[in-house]
Design a protein around this ligand. Structure first.
Ligand code: SF4
Length: 412
């Protein structure tokens, strides 16, 4: 469904109008919580306390649940719990069964169907874990899992084996052992805090953890992977930003999939992080009927730049058990990349990757631009399909030809 490259339906607005409307910023509003005071609504702890976590409450707030959603929610607590913050819930269109926000957080019956090639740990994290809660797969960096809790739960979560503890994984990170492993492994220069969501910790707890990591001389760089700015922008308080800025260089990777997630509240929260000097990147997952569309993805990456966030990765959805209904194809991913590269700002073009099933790490997947390599040239095409040549020997040396004779000896 690549709206920009297919013939437009007469009844549909042109892609440019859709792009412009998707890029508009709107507030999530108050929705069902119109009576709540500003102080409560803007308090992240109030938001957490009032998450939608049960079928009864979900059905009361959204009587338009489909039979598949009803059955999926009934069974969710055996796979990945249901939780949606009031802020994020207000972005759902209850009248649209295919609402892209709804598809990401409301369970469906299809989650209980598992294909033979699907896995509970598709990235092979557990098999690369020297101590519980620490994944050491790449030579110079580690993934440090801090919690199994998130503000809301994404139905395609790669870590649904542990996140929310619905499957009884009983995740118990042991910070002392995790920090100790990093301290005695000088090759580790980069630590990514993730989970679950590290920004669910109190400022004090996060500060304690960051201080311990910063005290290790060979840790050059700390990253935090979080979906909190999108699910719970109220958490990005000035106090949190002031605390984080002590730990530079500190990068933050957010996770947003659709332009509608980028509300005015989210833009302001991201602005506070940017003002604290924290470089921001975004990781999206390519999801069927959510963002597997060129216009949607282009609006999203451009809107991210407006929020001071650099689009960093588009992930092909991992082969997590029960995710087939949400997975888009690699072909669609490649077509989207083809439609972005050259057609919009280079900073807006993320890298499209597949996390190799079973634990091979991230592999970039790119459209083919190099058409051939000959003895004396590389032949390639540009984003418009025009063909070009670059002179180069086939062993990679630049071609060089010495002058055969001096045409004007008096100049020598
Ligand atoms: S926020 Fe991240 S860790 Fe939490 S459920 Fe979503 S994808 Fe999984």
């Amino acid at each position: 469904m690549l709206t920009e490259t297919t013939t437009e339906n007469q009844d549909e607005p042109p892609a440019s109008a859709t792009l412009a409307s998707l890029k508009e910023f709107h507030s999530a509003g108050r929705g069902f919580w119109a009576e709540v005071s500003d102080a409560e609504w803007n308090d992240w702890r109030w938001q957490l306390k009032h998450r939608i976590t049960s079928l009864e409450r979900l059905q009361r707030l959204m009587p338009t649940l489909t039979p598949e959603e009803y059955a999926g929610t009934m069974l969710a607590n055996r796979k990945l719990a249901l939780a949606i913050t009031p802020h994020f819930f207000n972005l759902i269109d209850p009248a649209d069964a295919k609402c892209p926000i709804r598809r990401q957080v409301i369970p469906r019956l299809e989650e209980t169907w598992t294909a033979p090639w699907e896995m509970t740990d598709p990235c092979g994290e557990d098999s690369h874990s020297p101590v519980p809660g620490l994944v050491h797969r790449y030579p110079d960096r580690v993934l440090f899992l801090v919690t199994d809790r998130c503000a809301s739960y994404c139905r395609y979560c790669t870590r649904s084996r542990l996140v929310s503890n619905a499957t009884g994984y009983d995740f118990h990170p042991h910070f002392d052992r995790q920090v100790e492993y990093i301290a005695k492994t000088p090759a580790v220069r980069d630590v990514l805090l993730s989970g679950g969501d590290p920004l669910l910790f109190s400022d004090e707890k996060l500060e304690y953890l960051l201080s311990r990591l910063r005290a290790i001389p060979h840790v050059e760089f700390v990253r935090i992977g979080t979906r909190i700015p999108v699910f719970l922008p109220q958490r990005i308080t000035p106090e949190l930003c002031a605390m984080l800025r002590q730990f530079h260089p500190l990068f933050l990777s957010i996770h947003s999939n659709h332009p509608r997630e980028l509300t005015t509240e989210v833009r302001e929260a991201l602005g506070r992080l940017a003002e604290a000097g924290i470089p921001l990147g975004n990781q999206s997952v390519l999801l069927r009927d959510v963002n597997d569309d060129l216009t949607v993805m282009k609006a999203h990456v451009q809107k991210l730049l407006l929020c001071r966030v650099r689009p960093y990765y588009i992930y092909q959805c991992d082969l997590i058990a029960g995710s087939a209904h949400l997975r888009a194809s690699v072909r669609q991913g490649l077509e989207i990349m083809e439609g972005l590269r050259g057609h919009t700002t280079g900073y807006a073009v993320p890298q499209y990757v597949i996390d190799a099933p079973g634990g091979g790490g991230k592999v970039p997947i790119t459209p083919e631009y190099v058409l051939s390599r000959n003895a004396d040239r590389v032949v390639f095409r540009n984003y418009e399909g025009r063909i070009f040549e670059y002179p180069e020997a086939n062993d990679g040396r630049p071609l060089f030809r010495a002058p055969q004779r001096l045409e004007e000896p008096e100049l020598v």
